[in-house]
Design a protein around this ligand. Structure first.
Ligand code: UT7
Length: 349
């Protein structure tokens, strides 16, 4: 190689490195979809021994949306995906990769992401699911961030979708009042330049020692679906609410503090906190620990209940459409869920 060619080669490599380090991940479209059917606390009073008063005071929930019998997780996901693409007139051919965050997929395989891909017609995009229960969105956001920052992909369609109602024991008042169905999509794009907007950081964690606090045992290779597993109700979600509550408050507080400290911000710098919506009392306890005022927290749990991986992107979409987020705002998202899993995303809008 001549010395000139060598210099060009070295400079090109250096240039590519600089571009990579300046590559930012921006959210360029959001959309959501919830099924029409609404199940109110009053409706639940007719199904199990509960009361509107208990549900509202213990959880902050008033109603939740329930998918129709024919709707699968992919059906909700596709509707949300179309809305997110339309949000900014993003052509579906631009999508390099589709990530679907769900704990309630259409089936074990193919992945729900493959059904989404075939419906929205992005033949060249790779598609797969991410399973991290209620933290699924933050986990998928972190995966998308790595792919985009590395330069491997430019445009990511991330869809969270859940049909929780299908895994609920409708005779168990401890769980059936809590969950709702829905989907929410986010389109992410890699952009170059030295501006500061986009994802600042993501932090994700797992601790399998606490797997028995929230699970759905039946149907997998440990408890395949058969008469016995169905008689024992293993195909329904089970939860140890009290224990989860305490760990959720602790871990969401810690991960929020970590996101701020890691990037040199104070809690007063945050314009909007978007927490996972599992229980209003969990959100209140995290807010108290962080010393963040209520008006800086986005809460819509009263309308949707706990929609698992959907709750954060659904809240993000609503916050944007309600004008609660402006250019330059600092947004902190914190999630917690079965696994256990938890995480944060700090975003400059
Ligand atoms: O999405 C991520 C994972 N999810 C979570 O992190 C959820 C965390 N946990 C929670 O949100 C709360 O623990 C629950 C909402 C699940 C339960 O609230 P709690 O204040 O922790 O209630 P509890 O489990 O301590 O139960 C208190 C009482 C019990 O009665 P006794 O034993 O004291 O007589 C329950 O049987 O409330 C009773 N109870 C109900 N009563 C009326 C439980 N569910 C109901 C109900 N209606 N739906």
């Amino acid at each position: 190689m001549s010395s000139v060619a060598y210099l060009v080669f070295v400079h090109y490599g250096f240039y590519k490195l600089v571009i990579k380090s300046m590559r930012r991940v921006k959210i360029i479209g959001t959309g959501s979809y919830v099924p029409e059917k609404v199940l109110t606390n009053r409706d639940l009073e007719k199904i199990v021994d509960t009361s509107d008063e208990w549900i509202r005071t213990r959880t902050g929930m008033s109603e939740r949306h329930i998918a129709s019998e024919k709707d699968k997780a992919s059906d909700l996901a596709i509707k949300a995906a179309h809305r997110a693409l339309k949000d900014n007139n993003i052509p579906s051919e631009d999508i390099d990769i589709i990530l679907v965050a769900t704990a309630t997929p259409d089936m074990f395989f193919p992945s729900t992401a493959c059904f989404v891909q075939s419906s929205i017609g992005t033949k060249r995009s790779v598609a797969f699911d991410i399973s991290a229960a209620c933290s699924g969105y933050i986990f998928a956001l972190s995966v998308a961030e790595q792919y985009i920052k590395s330069g491997k992909y430019t445009t990511v369609l991330l869809v969270s979708t859940e049909v929780c109602s299908r895994y609920i024991d409708w005779t168990d008042r401890n769980t059936c009042v809590l969950f709702g169905d829905g989907a929410a999509a986010t389109v992410l794009k890699g952009v170059n330049g030295n501006r500061k907007d986009g994802i600042i950081s993501t932090h994700i964690y797992s601790d399998g020692r606490y797997a028995d606090l929230l699970y759905m045992r039946g149907g997998g290779s440990s408890y395949p679906l058969n008469h016995e597993s169905i008689d024992n109700k293993l195909h329904f979600l089970k939860m140890k609410g009290n224990a989860l509550f305490k760990i959720a408050v602790k871990n969401m507080t810690e991960v929020a503090r970590e996101a701020l400290a890691f990037n040199g911000y104070k809690i007063s710098d945050i314009d909007l906190l978007i927490p996972h919506q599992a229980n209003k009392r969990i959100i209140d306890a995290v807010a108290k620990n962080l010393d963040i005022p209520q008006e800086k927290i986005f809460i819509n749990i009263e309308k949707y209940g706990n929609t698992s991986a959907v709750s954060i992107p659904l809240a993000l979409d609503e916050a944007l459409k309600e004008g609660r987020i402006e250019k330059g705002d600092l947004i902190l998202m914190v999630a917690f869920g079965g696994g256990l899993t938890w995480g944060s995303a700090l975003i400059k809008w």
